[in-house]
Write a protein that binds this ligand. Structure first.
Ligand code: NAD
Length: 541
């Protein structure tokens, strides 16, 4: 046991590299891209620290060049899940009682590996496997991932410090235990950082986990497993099980040892997992903690006092960066008639300048969408708008899947505020705008609040301070991450803890103390110094 109180200094957010022409990081990243592309790797499952090859495989391709195979991944099923449960429960015996400072030392080291010797690999693998530009990879596969790995330990240290009051004659203590059992971490394709954080945050708290990565992000996620190994994470603490959702999900959720679900992905998947847990509730030794961040239909709402140039830049970045595949991406916008002509001209001109293509060409602002399935879904919305007499496509609208799954940045203007693409999560580079009459401001605010089932992110634009306050009040529950005169994307760990409510999830705020608390089970300990000798109370005299 430690003979001192150890503490962690408050971390700083990782700074981002620019990759501007002539910088050493640009050359170094290009070299890594070339190196990774030159070989096809095999991605095994990792159970109890050992590579497991199941023989059932799938190909991992580059979304912007889908004939290029980056890896073959081994897919897991019930047998591997059972092996992983056994390994994790064995690892739990030691890991859950390892002092917190020893546990977090592993993740602090992993953070420095991510931002140091592995930075190029994390960025290049995220670019190639998930079709992110250098900048979009850097801010999350290096920056946000390292932030999660540095701030999590710091939050945990603050939680440990929090102790109850002790009146005279007793000592009250709080102990923050790991959950009994394993945490099932299920990650989405769109953020390498989120994928890394889902099993890591519970592990910092002493938990063990089974991590099911998305097959569409398995390439970068596998390199993160290698980083954890190099950082000294003991075998069995995080087990890496790529696979089709239900093949891994069903046996994992059927285990009596399930202690928690740490999920990020779509609403439909989360609903399914929650229902399955509900149906299995009698089997579990403990009530599983269910933490899930899901979809969004994120908005930008402009008042007629808004600065049009700021509004335009926010809309372009928020709607089209990473091809609109951020859970926070702006996908619906409300603009007053009086400023619409100025905004429309600017938007159409600027969208025309956006280059879409191979992410290795650094002049491109957008790559391809993640998969054939995503391409079909997104282009389905575009075709629907093309055919509708309630909508007009004023920019973009084209797509081409011959080499990669490319979709142009597309702006739809609709006369119906409840138009399909104003309501449903598209998860692609499609922004739908509803132009409202200035004197219908109040009604339109109401519509914005109740158009979608989600409440993840939203942004309001105005110069008028009274209006900003009024809009923020009216839209209080419309977004868990709310932006004033800024785009609704790019939340930073420890600055804007991320998550939404309504159908956007449990709002347990990834990258915050709230999330860490979900992976701890408090034991309250009372110790009496001098115990009473008589069972009778004075009032009985
Ligand atoms: P998805 O729901 O298709 O998949 C997420 C994960 O769930 C994948 O690993 C998938 O294989 C797995 N899965 C699917 N069925 C399963 C089952 N039966 N059992 C176990 N696992 C199963 O989501 P996606 O396409 O990877 O990601 C996009 C979605 O994620 C969007 O809806 C987006 O809004 C959301 N998202 C939300 C946040 C947030 O913080 N709110 C962040 C990122 C992404």
């Amino acid at each position: 046991m430690p003979n001192a109180y150890f503490n962690i200094q408050e971390p700083k957010n990782e700074s981002y590299l620019s990759f501007a022409p002539g910088t050493p990081e640009r050359e170094s990243l290009k070299k890594k891209l070339k190196e990774l592309k030159s070989k096809t790797i095999e991605i095994p499952a990792i159970i109890n620290g050992k590579e497991v090859k199941t023989g059932r495989t799938a190909e991992v391709v580059m979304p912007h060049n889908h004939s290029h195979v980056l890896a073959t991944v081994h897919l897991c099923g019930e047998k591997e899940v059972n092996m992983a449960i056994e390994a994790s429960l064995e690892a739990h015996k030691k890991w859950s009682v390892t002092p917190w400072e020893e546990r977090v030392a592993v993740f602090l080291k992993a953070a420095d590996l991510v931002t140091g010797p592995w930075r190029d690999t994390m960025n290049a693998s995220t670019m190639l496997g998930q079709s992110k530009t250098a900048q979009q990879a850097e801010i999350e596969a290096a920056g946000e991932l390292a932030d999660f790995l540095r701030f999590g330990p710091w939050y945990l240290s603050k939680i440990m410090e929090d102790q109850p009051y002790s009146p005279d004659g007793m000592w009250n203590r709080a102990e923050y235990r790991a959950l009994e059992g394993f945490v099932f971490a299920v990650s989405p394709f769109n953020f390498t950082a989120i994928a890394g954080n889902l099993p890591s945050a519970p592990a910092m708290c002493g938990n063990v986990s089974i991590w099911k990565p998305s097959i569409e992000a398995v390439y970068s996620n596998y390199f993160f497993m290698k980083i954890l190994h190099e950082a000294g994470l003991p075998d069995g603490v995080i087990n890496f099980l790529p696979g089709e959702g239900a093949d891994v999900g069903d046996p994992a959720l059927a285990s009596p040892h399930l202690a928690g679900l740490h999920f990020t992905g779509s609403e439909a998947t989360f609903n399914h997992l929650w229902k399955t847990i509900g149906n299995n509730v009698e089997k579990y030794h403990t009530y599983p903690r269910v933490v899930g961040e899901t979809g969004g239909k994120d908005f930008i709402f402009a008042h007629n006092s808004a600065n049009v140039d700021q509004l335009k830049v926010a809309a372009l970045r928020a709607a089209f960066e990473y091809q609109g595949q951020k859970c926070s991406a702006a996908s619906r916008m409300y603009v007053p008639e009086s400023i619409w002509p100025a905004l429309k001209d600017g938007l159409v001109t600027e969208v025309g300048k956006i280059k879409v293509g191979d992410v290795e060409d650094f002049s491109n602002f957008m790559g391809a969408v993640i998969s054939r399935k995503a391409f079909d879904k997104i282009t389905g919305y575009i075709d629907y708008a093309k055919e509708s007499d309630e909508a007009e496509i004023i920019a973009g609208g084209g797509y081409d899947d011959s080499k990669g799954w490319f979709v142009e940045p597309t702006v739809i203007v609709t006369t119906n505020p409840k138009f399909k693409s104003m309501q449903e999560e598209i998860f692609g580079p499609v922004l739908t705008i509803y132009v409202y009459k200035d004197d219908k401001f109040e009604e339109t605010l109401e519509i914005c609040d109740n158009t979608s089932p989600y409440a993840l992110t939203g942004a309001i634009f105005a110069r008028d301070r009274y209006m900003l306050k009024h809009m923020a009040d009216k839209l209080r529950n419309a977004a868990g991450n709310f932006y004033i005169n800024d785009k609704p994307t790019a939340a930073v760990v420890n600055q804007q803890p991320f998550g939404g409510s309504r159908k956007s999830g449990t709002n347990d705020k990834a990258g915050s103390v709230i999330n860490m608390l979900r992976w701890l089970s408090m034991r309250a300990i009372k110790e009496t110094r001098v115990a009473p000798k008589d069972w009778r109370y004075p009032y009985m005299g």
